[in-house]
Design a protein around this ligand. Sequence first.
Ligand code: RTP
Ligand code: MG
Length: 136
Amino acid sequence: MSERTLVLVKPDGVRRGIVGDVISRIERKGLKLVALELRTLERDVAETHYEEHREKPFFGSLVEFITGGPLVAMVVEGPRAIEAFRGLAGATDPVAAAPGTIRGDHALEIQENIVHGSDSTYSAEREIKLFFPNLF
Ligand code: RTP
Ligand code: MG
């Protein structure tokens, strides 16, 4: 059974030229790209994407960061794609993320942690509709 997940290379990853490495890891794992776009998020889209964090102290800063430059949004498909990509990404805190993961290999700051991946089938469906409303 195949599933889909929304992956973002956040503005820090685009600025630092890590898009190719992220895509390469996705492809090496055997996951497939089914949609891809470079865009700069409007504030309302960013706030909707991260709505679960609206009450957190870092919400304002997170929205500033994620809207601060172009990002790459992708839909990635494969068996247990949600869990598979979260494994490639590593722990949210890049210092704690294992070496060999995207965050473990490329980052040190909790906010500027290079990638996003949906965390459940519910989130994946919601986020894919938000970023790619015409994808079926
Ligand atoms: P994401 O949603 O971006 O895939 O990351 P995640 O599931 O691993 O982490 P989550 O808890 O959903 O947090 C969302 C993003 O908010 C930033 N963050 N900043 N300053 C802080 O304490 C803090 N905590 C989280 C990170 O960019 C994190 O990926
Ligand atoms: Mg999350």
